[in-house]
Design a protein around this ligand. Structure first.
Ligand code: C5P
Length: 232
């Protein structure tokens, strides 16, 4: 898998997204479209950004009965996205169905990764709200392993978990890691962060970077710095 920097385009409208991307003259960064933008603008925003030459990680985190997820994945695959995801807690059967739906008639398909436990879920909430008694680290690794057994390509995880995920699931199992900050940058609401350089060292395959690029005075320079530190 090629190492790359994915920009989280957490914008509320097409206009704001295009204003941002227009700054990248001659460059076509890999971008992440999340629920906010997708629900605001619909599938056309994906088609338009694809047409402009961007690779797209469509971050919709599907979680439903296997049949519904399978059919929905077929729709996303037709949109020609490059990467998409689901919740591993939907079970192995759901992940297998997703993979089936995502696979195009010619055998190609977008990269499919799983969310293990959301980083916003505290160990207390997992125990008390979800009635999961196992330690968080075990749950994350178990869900990653389930994703691997279901045939998925990898997981979204904290950069701090990437090494352990590769240890358990193999080095070809893709780790996509948000929570990236420059050494001299603002952490915002992220708690467990790593620099792009550290993420490279511990073996992340893709880093997802939002505000350090989108809120930078010079977003193109910030993106280029990420690429320099993580890829080059
Ligand atoms: O702005 P920032 O760099 O914090 O953006 C990180 C992106 O990664 C956001 O789109 C956020 O929703 C996403 N994300 C995350 N932590 C996860 C999963 C996704 O920060 N565990």
């Amino acid at each position: 898998m090629g190492k790359d920097v994915i920009i989280a385009c957490d914008f509320a409208s097409r206009e704001a997204t295009l204003n941002f991307l227009d700054k990248f003259t001659g460059k076509k960064p890999f971008i992440k479209i999340g629920m906010e933008l997708y629900y605001a603008e619909g599938p056309q925003i994906v088609r338009d950004l694809k047409e402009r030459g961007h690779k797209i990680f469509l971050d919709l985190k599907l979680h439903d009965i296997p049949n519904t997820v399978k059919k929905s994945m077929a729709v996303l695959s037709n949109l020609d996205v490059d990467m998409t995801n689901l919740h591993a807690s939907g079970t192995k059967a759901m992940m297998e169905a997703a993979l089936e739906g995502l696979t195009r008639p010619d055998g190609t398909r977008p990269i499919l990764i799983a969310v293990t436990q959301l980083t916003s879920t505290s160990p207390e909430a997992m125990k008390n709200d979800l009635l999961i008694d196992a330690p968080m680290a075990d749950v994350v690794m178990h869900y990653a392993h389930n994703a691997k057994e279901a045939g998925l390509d990898g997981v979204v995880c904290s950069p701090l978990e990437a090494e352990a995920v590769h240890g358990r699931c193999g080095k070809d199992f893709v780790t996509v890691t948000p929570g990236v900050r420059f050494a001299d940058g603002d952490k915002g609401d992220q708690v467990r962060v790593m620099t792009p350089e550290q993420a490279k060292k511990i073996g992340s395959d893709y880093i997802v970077v939002g505000r350090p690029i989108t809120a930078a005075e010079d977003p193109v320079a910030a993106y280029e710095r990420c690429v320099r530190e993580f890829v080059d």
